[in-house]
Design a protein around this ligand. Structure first.
Ligand code: BEZ
Length: 222
């Protein structure tokens, strides 16, 4: 692909903090719209093709931990450009061969409407099928995080749950952040002060806090 063609084919990617593009699509659970999940988180994830091995491991992984997403009021929604019939056949095969039922809907994005709205097709990787894109859409329909993996590498379900927990923690504790490798129960971290006066106040307020290492580095219990 020439540089000009590549530039023209660049997908438009939803950005963190923007409103999630609306969805009106066919799925294995019938017509699917984001409105159906009002008040819930939506974890929308694309896979390249049905009946492929890495995608199968991802589907089995998400299905095995579906209850953990449910506990967090999060709805998993899969997507590829295969038909509903192909999806039905694939999830039935996974259940028959692995004993795992796929409980979440899978969008059949044959016209690639959803895939293009969410920038899931990356022509430099593959100009037909979506890459492994995943969006965390919050209950107010704001895109809060996006992860993109290449076709050749499966995602880490544990990390998807960890990031969901981190986003929920940040929402529950306004003005805080989560450090690297944070897990529920760990200390949260305070974003850096924006002014010299704030820095001084931060130091004064945290004299007895062993998690406060410097004016810009303060950890504490949520
Ligand atoms: C897979 O799911 O195994 C796969 C799909 C597309 C490209 C490479 C691997």
């Amino acid at each position: 692909m020439s540089d000009a063609a590549a530039a023209a084919a660049k997908p438009s990617l939803p950005t963190i903090g923007s409103r999630a593009p609306s969805i009106d699509a066919a799925s294995t659970h019938g017509p699917l719209s984001l409105d159906a999940y009002e008040g819930k988180w939506v974890i929308l994830f694309s896979h390249p093709y049905d009946f492929t091995p890495v995608c199968s491991t991802e589907f089995l992984g998400f299905a095995r931990r579906a209850a953990e997403f449910e506990e967090r009021q999060a709805q998993l929604v899969g997507l590829s450009i295969d038909s509903v019939f192909s999806h039905i056949s694939w999830v039935r095969t996974l259940e028959a061969q692995h004993g795992v039922k796929i409980p979440f809907p899978v969008i059949a994005d044959l016209d690639r409407k959803v895939a293009s709205a969410y920038g899931m097709v990356h022509p430099s990787e593959n100009d037909m099928a979506p890459v492994r894109a995943l969006f965390f859409i919050d209950p107010k329909r704001i895109v809060r995080a996006c992860i993109y993996y290449p076709m050749t590498c499966g995602r880490n379900i544990d990390e998807v749950l960890r990031l969901l927990d981190a986003l929920r923690s940040v929402d529950a504790n306004a003005g805080t952040a989560c450090p690297a490798d944070w897990r529920p129960g760990d200390e949260i971290i305070l974003p850096p002060p924006k002014t010299a006066a704030e820095a001084e106040r931060r130091v004064a307020e945290n004299r007895d806090n062993p998690g406060a290492k410097d004016w810009f580095f303060v950890k504490r219990k949520p």
